[in-house]
Design a protein around this ligand. Structure first.
Ligand code: SF4
Length: 473
């Protein structure tokens, strides 16, 4: 690709060049020059983007469509030009800007990027010279309304079987040289597509069954990923559980698990291509019906692994041994509630005995580092529920765990969950609770609180109605 002439652009261009150079290809990227150019944009950092399997999957799907050229972008507030990671083509040359959004607060980055690129923010102000703004990703399973006035298209759900059909239809419109409205009219029959300008709301959320045979897999690895140098492999989608605060457990059902023979063939492909580390991605690896077989397959091939999440009630010696063999020194568990009362309210289905058993097991394996996640901010909780968090810490200490980290997040009630009729607690209440917990835990453990202000904003975005507007800068 041609190099920029302006010095300030050259700096940005070099960053992209270096980032691309840090990538090692696991599967070929297959980019062919075509008329319809789609920018696949992750509205957050490169490190997060590249650790997101949906980003890899959609990139692969779009480049598999005859006539479509898709290239990857990520968000960096320092950038102005925005060059693609794949050919370093500037973003302005792309016809569709497809945002893969996993996190509500990243909506703000989409707005900022559009502002920076001089794209009219509101969909009714854009014309044929502007790109189509397409929103997809995890947020579209529950409520992407915050972007209703900004997006041209919202694709709801799994991309696997349906994204290509609707993009092919758009391609047809482009080839027939239809105008913006004509193209939108042509695709409005798709059930899982919302088109705000036409007041068309999706009737369903796409759920893939094909993913059990064709899971998402990393196309590249890089040391800069949140999962450094690991081939990420989707082993499940959706969750068997239904914790009351969790969108994954409610809006992404049914739980689907990737077939073991498919997983085995990917392990073989890894070995063949000289890759030895993988990250198993799912809502909870420990719920996979063939988890032990998967652990055996990795051990036989001496593949090292990590898991994106595990349930402490189904923690096993075999899994811990596998993680230790892979060099993992810290275990992360999520009791979420300190007391049984709070865990029951959250439908966490984890008992005191489960916590005791898992701490004993972790200690037995000689693991000294423990990270635990908790939620606070329920109207029913009181000081004794917070003290119960401290008791879990004391028990972990008792079993010899010396390096303990606690992460605390305010409850953010979300649409589609049993907590949807609740509201996030106000700033003052959350601050008082935070101060109590901080004082109680003192310096005994390392405690990290999610920002209360950001959590309130996340709540507002997650529960937005269609007339929501982001505050002007
Ligand atoms: S919190 Fe974890 S176990 Fe519970 S529903 Fe969500 S993904 Fe499943």
């Amino acid at each position: 690709m041609r190099k920029p002439r302006r010095t300030e652009d050259l700096w940005e261009y070099r960053i992209i060049e270096q980032t691309r150079r840090s990538e090692k290809s696991f599967r070929s990227l297959h980019i062919i020059e075509h008329d319809l150019k789609i920018a696949l944009i992750f509205p957050s950092s490169y490190e997060t983007a590249i650790a997101n399997l949906g980003f890899h999957k959609v990139f692969e799907l779009l480049n598999g469509i005859e006539g479509v050229q898709c290239e990857r972008f990520f968000y960096d507030k320092r950038f102005s030009k925005y060059y693609s990671l794949d050919t370093q083509r500037p973003l302005d040359e792309f016809h569709i800007w497809a945002f893969s959004v996993s996190f509500e607060l990243d909506f703000q980055n989409i707005i900022q990027l559009m502002q920076k690129k001089g794209i009219p923010l509101f969909n009714h102000l854009r014309n044929d010279h502007h790109p189509f703004i397409l929103i997809g990703g995890a947020v579209t399973y529950f409520n992407p309304n915050a972007l209703w006035q900004y997006a041209d298209l919202i694709f709801h759900g799994d991309a696997d079987e349906t994204l290509n059909i609707f993009i092919e239809k758009m391609l047809e419109g482009f080839r027939q040289k239809k105008n913006r409205e004509g193209i939108l009219e042509q695709i409005k029959s798709f059930d899982n597509l919302s088109i705000p300008l036409l007041h068309h709301t999706a009737k369903s959320i796409s759920k893939s069954m094909e993913m059990t045979k064709k899971p998402a897999v990393s196309l590249i690895t890089t040391k800069r990923s949140v999962f450094p140098n690991k081939v990420l492999l989707e082993v499940g989608r959706g969750c068997l559980r239904s914790c009351a605060f969790c969108v994954a457990g409610h809006t992404r059902s049914p739980a689907r698990f990737v077939q073991v023979d498919v997983i085995e063939s990917i392990f073989d492909e890894m070995k063949e291509k000289g890759f030895n580390d993988c990250g198993l991605i799912s809502a909870t690896f420990t719920d996979h019906p063939f988890k032990n077989k998967i652990l055996d397959l990795m051990e036989e091939r001496d593949i090292h692994f990590t898991v994106s999440s595990l349930r402490l009630d189904s923690l096993s010696e075999k899994l811990l041994e596998g993680l230790l063999r892979s060099g993992q020194k810290e275990i992360t568990i999520a009791p979420e509630g300190g007391s049984q009362k709070i865990r029951e309210l959250m439908n966490k289905q984890i008992s005191e005995e489960d916590i005791e058993r898992s701490l004993q097991l972790i200690a037995k394996k000689g693991i000294r580092k423990l990270k635990m996640y908790f939620i606070y901010g329920l109207e029913e909780e009181n000081e004794s529920d917070f003290e119960a968090i401290y008791k879990i810490v004391q028990r972990a200490n008792h079993y010899g765990m010396t390096d303990i980290k606690i992460s605390l997040n305010p409850l953010i009630p979300k649409p589609g969950t049993p907590f949807s009729s609740r509201q996030i607690q106000d700033l003052k209440t959350l601050r008082t609770k935070k101060q109590f917990i901080e004082k109680m835990l003192g310096k005994k453990v390392s405690v990290k609180f999610e920002s209360i202000r950001n959590s309130i904003l996340q709540y507002q975005i997650a529960n937005a109605s269609k007339d929501f507007q982001f505050p002007a800068d």
